[in-house]
Structures are given as C-alpha cells and as structure tokens.
Write a protein that binds this ligand. Structure first.
Ligand SMILES: Cc1ncc(C[n+]2csc(CCOP(=O)(O)OP(=O)(O)O)c2C)c(N)n1
Ligand code: SF4
Length: 225
C-alpha cells in the first residue's frame, strides 16, 4: 500500500490513519481529498474516494471553494508544512482569521521533501542541503493562529504506536467538530522523511521523539465548541 512513498515516510502512516477513519465513519461517498502537489501528490493514485490536486500552497483556497459549492461534502485539506506554512501562509492566516470551514492535515517534516530536502520555516536548525545548522527555531503555528476564533488546533507525531494513537484521536476530534459545526480545524503531524534527512526510518523516529517534540509540543492548543 502507498508503495510509491519511501520507506518510513510519514505520509503513509497519515493516509492509512485517514483511510481507517473514513471507513469507520462510513464517509467514503461524502469525502473529497484535496492534495497539494508536493510528496502528497503521490497519494492521489491510491485513494478510493474523490480526490483533487491543487497548485502548491493553494489547497485551503481550493477547498474553501469546494465547500461553498458542495456543503454536503467533507473536504479534507492535506498538505506539507512547506505548502501550509511557507508558500501558503497567507491562505493559512486568513482562512484561520475567518474561521473558514476547514479540516486540514499538515504533514510537518521540517523541509521541502518533493524538491530534494531544502529548508522549510519549520526546520529546527538541522543542517540541510541548502542551509547550515544555525540553531534557528522553526515557526510554530499555535503562536500564529491561536488568537483567531478557530475551532480546533492540535499537534501529534507519526512515530510510535503511542503517538500514532494520539494523532488518530486528534484527527477524529477534528472530523467531529468539522461535521458538527464547521469552522477551522487543523491537525499538524510531525512526520518522518528519512530520505531527505539521510537517516534510517528508526533513527528518524528517534530524532522526532527526542529532539523535535521538545520544540514542537504535542497536544491540543485550541478546542472550542
Ligand atoms: C508555485 C510553486 N512553487 C514551487 C513549486 C515547487 N515545489 C513543489 S513541492 C515544493 C515543496 C514541498 O514541500 P512541502 O509542502 O513541505 O511538502 P513535502 O514534499 O515535504 O511533503 C515546492 C517548493 C511548485 N510546484 N509550485
Ligand atoms: S521524500 Fe520524504 S516525504 Fe517524500 S515520499 Fe520520501 S520520505 Fe516521504
């Protein structure tokens, strides 16, 4: 399953989890998955529900359009941190400010994977192919949008069973809130990209659990009714 992705890739874990939730909630007929063009574009061939591909960083605007026209649908916005917090940061901030009806999953691997591992604003100071190890702390979405009247904001890590169970719980909460009253619901998932960090999958998991989660706290930041 998802065999176009590299070994140990967090997109595989995220998608298997999403598939499970959609199946358990019997939402296949209603779901539209909106994917960014980055590594997540590889997922479009695997899903057996409707999916659309959006220009880089424009997923939130596309899903907003879909949601306005097709209110009966569940439109999932799925993208990397580069799409969400770099090229798409303007959409992100204004969508949150307006509390648009959004169900967003951000795969945060701290770099631009699809294009070869360049530094993203979420990098925690790791030396990458185009950047020195400079100790810069990456941007944290909770510091940027939590003061807006959004519905839900949480972060989990796609590492071990304990963290993956937390991730699933947060995504389920986001689904339930989105279906009950709409509003802006975002779950960020700290995600392995062993290929671009040049680590074995198990080493990548250790880096996320031992280093990234010290900077990027796991938890729920906003949970409004
Ligand atoms: C307008 C535009 N600018 C740049 C690109 C090149 N590009 C494709 S994917 C990508 C970054 C991907 O990083 P991210 O969104 O974090 O997703 P990941 O691949 O890490 O999952 C870039 C810069 C593009 N396709 N379109
Ligand atoms: S390059 Fe990274 S994000 Fe892309 S498929 Fe491979 S492991 Fe996943």
């Amino acid at each position: 399953m998802y065999d176009m992705l590299c070994a140990g890739c967090g997109h595989r874990t995220a998608m298997m989890m999403l598939d499970e939730i959609i199946k358990e909630k019997k939402l296949k007929e209603k779901t539209i998955l909106a994917l960014d063009v980055a590594c997540c574009s590889l997922l479009i061939d695997y899903v057996d529900y409707d999916a659309i591909m959006c220009a880089h960083g424009r997923v939130l605007d596309v899903t907003k359009g879909y949601k306005i026209m097709r209110q009966e649908n569940i439109v999932i916005s799925y993208m990397g941190d580069g799409a969400g917090y770099s090229i798409g940061m303007e959409e992100m901030v204004h969508s949150a400010r307006r509390n648009d009806d959004v169900l967003a999953i951000i795969i945060n691997n701290g770099l631009y994977s699809m294009t070869g591992g360049q530094v993203a604003p979420t990098n925690v100071g790791t030396k990458l192919c185009d950047s020195p190890s400079n100790g810069n702390i990456g941007l944290k979405i909770e510091n940027i949008i939590s003061s807006f009247p959004i519905s839900y904001l949480a972060r989990a890590a796609l590492t071990d069973k304990e963290n993956i169970d937390i991730a699933k719980k947060y995504i389920e909460v986001a689904f339930d809130k989105y279906m009950k009253h709409g509003g802006f619901n975002l779950v960020e998932l700290l995600s392995p990209c062993p290929t671009n960090y040049k680590l074995k999958p198990i080493e990548m998991v250790d880096v996320i659990n031992n280093e990234w989660t010290k900077v990027y706290k796991i938890g729920e930041f906003v949970n409004n009714v």
